[in-house]
Design a binder for this molecule. Sequence first.
Ligand code: GLU
Ligand code: MG
Length: 350
Amino acid sequence: MASFEEADGTLVRLCPRGRLTETISKLANDHEITSLVGFEVEITFCRRSSPDAGDTFTPLDSSHAWSTMTDEQLADAMPSMVMICEALADAGIYIQQFHSEAGQGQYEFVLPPSPPVEAIDTLYQARQIIQQMARRAGLRATCHPSPFPPVGTACHANISLSSGDASAREEKQMSFFAGVLSHLPALCAFTLPEEVSYVRVADDHWTSGTWVAWGTQNREVPVRRVAGTDGTTERWEVRCLDGMPNMYLAMFAVFAAGLQGLNDGTEMRLNDCQSNPSQLSAVDRIDLGIETKIPTSLSQSLEALEADAGLIEVLGTEVVDHYIGMKKAEQAMLNEMDDKTRQIWLMERY
Ligand code: GLU
Ligand code: MG
């Protein structure tokens, strides 16, 4: 939750938080766009099994209901959730919505919209509070994208861009998201930054599907346009995003791609997809302009990044080279572990 500066106060080009700040200023100064981001923090609460049973995690609740709660959840999980929400409120973080998500032990805390850098500062603070309060209750609260497969755990970012009247706004939003979607495979290297992140690249799991597409009220695409109750509350939900990234870096990459879309006046070639792209015929998909698949592994995303000269130009080769080098070294380290050790290692840390 800090930025790096050179001794003379200039921005360190490798600082993700500083580069995001710079990108948001360019959106405001060059395109008169005010941006807000609201994160949906999905968390899986786990118990650690007894040492006799081996070092492993089990979900907090065994009888679990989505959007409502079973007796077990009300009795065993709710006291911790109340404690967490009170601790967040004490820190000035007011949860906009809270609900029981689809997976066992999975709960969602929706943070209010804020300017992007502030939203990420709050995201990290909120996550630390949630994880620390859980620890006091003897639990592990993890952002791991799939602690208990096949259910996914995400950290969706709801982006709203406001600028001028409705038609100016519409045009700018379209160029911004045309930029984002045209670089999406490469952006996944930042937004889905671990091998396990790709468990969520699946159809029919509400996790954002497998096709590069956007759609109004569509949960099976990586970018969902969410119509608000009035023109001002509309937002775009980036769904191909989990709790594993450096979120400053992930949002820097997304906003830089959007900014490039605006600078170049990139045309949106994808039409609004309001159904599940995997259930459309090939012809119907092509009619909507849907032709590209989301990478299904980190190595594919990193290759897409290495091949995306346009994105490398806006992020800077120094950022991309360091990032790719770091990811390769990290994956080599993780690949030395057996599957169970790696799963526990990641669940302990994220
Ligand atoms: N847990 C789902 C995911 O991994 C998201 C469910 C939702 O909030 O739409 O993407
Ligand atoms: Mg959710």
